[in-house]
Ligand binder design. Structure first.
Ligand code: 13P
Ligand code: SF4
Length: 311
C-alpha cells in the first residue's frame, strides 16, 4: 500500500472508531500500521486493565483470541470485536479444560495459576491468572506452603521457580515463537555485541539459561517491561529476545536508541493475521464479536480480576 493510501485508511479507521464509540486496543506485537492507529498499545496486563476501565461502548481488540476473550469477560456489557477470528495462540492451545480438570484431580488441594495465554474454559478452572508482567508477584501472593499448579508455559514456569525460590508443578506447554529463540542466539550476542543490554521475554527457551549467565546486562521482562526499561536506561544499544513486533514500539518510545532482534525469525503468525484492512472491515461491518458464555465467564472472572489487581 502506498504511504498516501495507508494514511487514508488510517484516517478511515479512526473516524469509524469515533463514530461507533469504539476503543482500539493493540498488543505490542501488532504490525506498525495498527499500533499507530490504536488508542492504547501494550502488553497483556496493560490491555486487560484498559479493557476493564474503558468507557467506550465497544472494544476492537487487535491481538489474539484469548486477549479478546479476556476483555469480554472483564467487560461483559461491551461489544468486543476481533478483526480475524483465526488469530489464535499456540501456547493457549497447549492445554484444554479437560486436561486441566484431570491434572487438578491428580493434585487435590493445589492452587491453579494460569498464564493469561489460555482459553476462557481453562481460566474458568483457574484460581489466579497472571501475565509475564506480574507472574512473580502473583506467585508471591500465595502462601509459601501452598502447592501450585502452573500452566501452560514451561519456560515461564522455570523462570518463576528461579526468581521466587518456590517449587512449582509446571505444565509442559510452550510458545513456538519464543521457544525457537535458543541459548545459542544469546551466546552469539555475548561475543558480537558486548556493549548491548539484552532484553529477554520469560517465555523464551533461553530465559532460564540467560539467568544462569548471571550477567548484569541481561533483563527478563514482559513486553511492556522492555519498553519501560529501554526508556529509563542511559544505555544506547539493546538486543531484544521476543516477537519482532515490539521493535516498532521500542523505536517509537525510545528514539535515538538502537534495537536489534536476537532472532529475526521470532514472528507470531497469529498476531500478524490482524491487518489494517481487517481492522477497518471490523469497525465498518461490526465483526467478529467475541463472546464468552456467562456460566464460563463468571467462573473465569475472579481469576482474571485477581490478575488485574496484583501489580
Ligand atoms: P506480554 O504479556 O509480555 O505482552 O506477552 C504476551 C504474549 O503473547 C507473549 O507471547
Ligand atoms: Fe501465543 Fe506465542 Fe503468539 Fe504470544 S507469540 S500470541 S504466546 S503464539
Amino acid at each position: 500500500m502506498s504511504p498516501a493510501a495507508l494514511a487514508t485508511m488510517q484516517e478511515e479507521v479512526k473516524a469509524l472508531a469515533r463514530e461507533r464509540d469504539a476503543v482500539i486496543l493493540a498488543h505490542n506485537y501488532q504490525v506498525p500500521e495498527i499500533q499507530d492507529v490504536a488508542d492504547y498499545v501494550g502488553d497483556s496486563l496493560g490491555l486487560s486493565r484498559q479493557a476493564a476501565a474503558t468507557e467506550a461502548s465497544a472494544i476492537v481488540f487487535c491481538g489474539v483470541h484469548f486477549m479478546a476473550e479476556t476483555a469480554a469477560i472483564l467487560s461483559p456489557e461491551k461489544t468486543v470485536l476481533i478483526p480475524d477470528l483465526d488469530a489464535g495462540c499456540s501456547l493457549a492451545a497447549s492445554i484444554t479444560a479437560d486436561q486441566l480438570r484431570a491434572w487438578k484431580a491428580e493434585n487435590p488441594g493445589a492452587i491453579v495459576v494460569s498464564y493469561v495465554n489460555t482459553t476462557a474454559e481453562v481460566k474458568a478452572e483457574t484460581d489466579y491468572c497472571c501475565t509475564s508482567g506480574n507472574a512473580k508477584a502473583v506467585i508471591e501472593a500465595i502462601p509459601a506452603d501452598q502447592e501450585i499448579l502452573f500452566l501452560p508455559d514451561l519456560y515461564l514456569g522455570l523462570w518463576l521457580e528461579r526468581v521466587t525460590g518456590r517449587k512449582l508443578r509446571i505444565w509442559m506447554g510452550e510458545c513456538h515463537v519464543h521457544a525457537g529463540i535458543r541459548p545459542a542466539d544469546i551466546v552469539r550476542w555475548q561475543d558480537e555485541a558486548p556493549d548491548a543490554e539484552l532484553l529477554v521475554h520469560p517465555e523464551c527457551g533461553c530465559a532460564s539459561q540467560c539467568m544462569a549467565f548471571g550477567n548484569e546486562r541481561t533483563h527478563i521482562l514482559s513486553t511492556e517491561g522492555m519498553v519501560n526499561f529501554a526508556k529509563a536506561s542511559p544505555k544506547k544499544r539493546f538486543l531484544v529476545a521476543t516477537e519482532v513486533g515490539i521493535l516498532h514500539r521500542l523505536a517509537k518510545e525510545a528514539p535515538g536508541k538502537r534495537f536489534e532482534p536476537v532472532s529475526e525469525d521470532a514472528l507470531c503468525r497469529y498476531m500478524k493475521m490482524i491487518t489494517l484492512e481487517k481492522l477497518r472491515d471490523s469497525l465498518r461491518d461490526w465483526k467478529h464479536a467475541v463472546t464468552v458464555p456467562e456460566e464460563v465467564a463468571a467462573r473465569a472472572r475472579l481469576a482474571i480480576e485477581r490478575m488485574v489487581a496484583i501489580a
